[in-house]
Design a protein around this ligand. Structure first.
Ligand SMILES: [Zn+2]
Ligand SMILES: [Zn+2]
Length: 308
C-alpha cells in the first residue's frame, strides 16, 4: 500500500467511531425523549429550544456550508462567513472543508461512478451507509483546494469540535436559564442537542437519498436529482434539488412563486441588510430555456448561467 493510501485509511478509521456515535446516539436520545414526553416530562420551552437550534444549525449547513462555501453563490464578509461556518459546524455534519469537498465531488459525479452517496447503490447507502463505506472519497481534497486557502474555512475546521461542543452546551444552558434548574439543563441538552441533531441529520441525508430517487424533475439534468415540495419547509429549501442541480451556483433554489426556499430568502435578507452581496440568481428567461431542453454544458447560455 502506498503511503498516501495508508494515510487515507488511517484518516477514515479515526473517524469511524465518531460516525457510529453520530448515527446511533441521536435515535436513542429521541426514544428517551419520547418516553419522557409520554410521562409528561416535556415543556414548551424544550420544543422551542429544539426548534431554534434546528433552524440555526440547518441554516449554517444550507446557507453556509452549502450555498456559501461549497458553491460560492454569494459573497459576504469574514464575520458573516465565520458565523455561518460556526453554526454549520454545530450541526455535527463534519468540518466545512470536508463537507464542501465531498459535496463538490457529489456534483461532479452525481449518480455516476465516483458519487459518494448515490441511491444507485441503494437508498440506505445514499442516506447513511456511505458514511461508513465512503467517508474519504478520492478527490474531495482536490475539489476543496480553494477552501484550504480560505482563512475562515481553515479556522472553522480547526475549531470544529469546539463548535460541536458549543452546539450541545448552548441549548443546555438555554434550558437551565429558562427553567432555572438542572432538569432544564438536561432537557435542553436532550431536545436542543440530541433530538435536534437527529432531525438535522435525517433532513440533510434525505436530500442525498430521497431527492435523488423520488420527486419531480422539471430540468433534464444528467443526474437523478428531483424536487420534493413536502421537504421544502423542514430542509429550508434544500429539497428543490433538481432546481439546484440544474443551477448549482444560484443562491436561490425557488424557481416558482410557490416554491418555498427559506435559505434563499435568508441570503436575500442578508443582501438587503448589506451583509451579503453578489447574490447569484438565475434569470427567469434562462430558467425557461433550461426547462425546454436537456442540460448541455457546451451550450453557451447554460455555461453563462453557471458562471463557467
Ligand atoms: Zn444532489
Ligand atoms: Zn450543491
Amino acid at each position: 500500500m502506498t503511503r498516501a493510501g495508508s494515510t487515507r485509511h488511517a484518516w477514515s478509521d479515526q473517524w469511524r467511531t465518531t460516525i457510529w456515535a453520530v448515527v446511533v446516539v441521536p435515535p436513542v436520545a429521541v426514544c428517551a425523549a419520547a418516553a419522557l414526553a409520554a410521562k409528561g416530562h416535556v415543556e414548551v420551552t424544550d420544543v422551542g429550544i429544539c426548534a431554534v437550534m434546528f433552524v440555526a444549525t440547518l441554516l449554517g449547513i444550507e446557507a453556509g456550508y452549502h450555498r456559501q462555501f461549497a458553491h460560492r453563490s454569494f459573497s459576504a464578509g469574514p464575520i458573516v462567513r465565520s458565523c455561518l461556518a460556526g453554526l454549520g459546524s454545530m450541526a455535527f455534519q463534519g468540518s466545512v472543508l470536508w463537507w464542501a469537498g465531498v459535496h463538490r465531488t457529489h456534483h461532479r459525479h452525481a449518480d455516476r461512478e465516483g458519487d459518494p452517496h448515490s441511491p444507485l447503490h441503494g437508498l440506505l447507502h445514499a442516506h447513511v451507509g456511505w458514511l461508513f463505506r465512503n467517508l474519504d472519497p478520492p478527490d474531495w481534497r482536490r475539489r476543496a483546494r480553494d477552501l484550504f486557502r480560505d482563512g475562515v474555512a481553515r479556522w472553522a475546521t480547526r475549531l470544529y469540535f469546539t463548535f460541536v461542543i458549543v452546539g450541545f452546551a448552548l441549548p443546555a444552558l438555554m434550558g437551565a436559564s429558562v427553567r432555572g434548574s438542572w432538569q432544564g439543563f438536561v432537557s435542553g441538552l436532550l431536545w436542543g442537542g440530541l433530538v435536534r441533531m437527529f432531525l438535522v441529520n435525517h433532513v440533510i441525508w434525505s436530500i442525498n437519498s430521497i431527492c435523488h430517487a423520488y420527486g419531480s424533475r422539471p430540468y433534464a439534468t444528467r443526474d437523478r436529482s428531483a424536487n420534493n415540495p413536502w421537504l421544502a419547509l423542514p430542509s429550508l429549501g434544500f429539497s428543490w434539488h433538481n432546481n439546484h442541480h440544474a443551477f448549482p451556483r444560484s443562491a436561490v433554489n425557488s424557481h416558482e412563486r410557490w416554491q418555498l426556499d427559506l435559505s434563499g430568502l435568508f441570503i436575500q435578507l442578508l443582501g438587503m441588510l448589506g451583509l451579503a452581496w453578489s447574490v447569484r440568481k438565475s434569470p427567469a428567461a434562462t430558467l425557461r430555456l433550461r426547462r425546454a431542453r436537456p442540460v448541455d454544458a457546451t451550450n453557451p447560455v447554460v455555461a453563462r448561467a453557471e458562471g463557467a
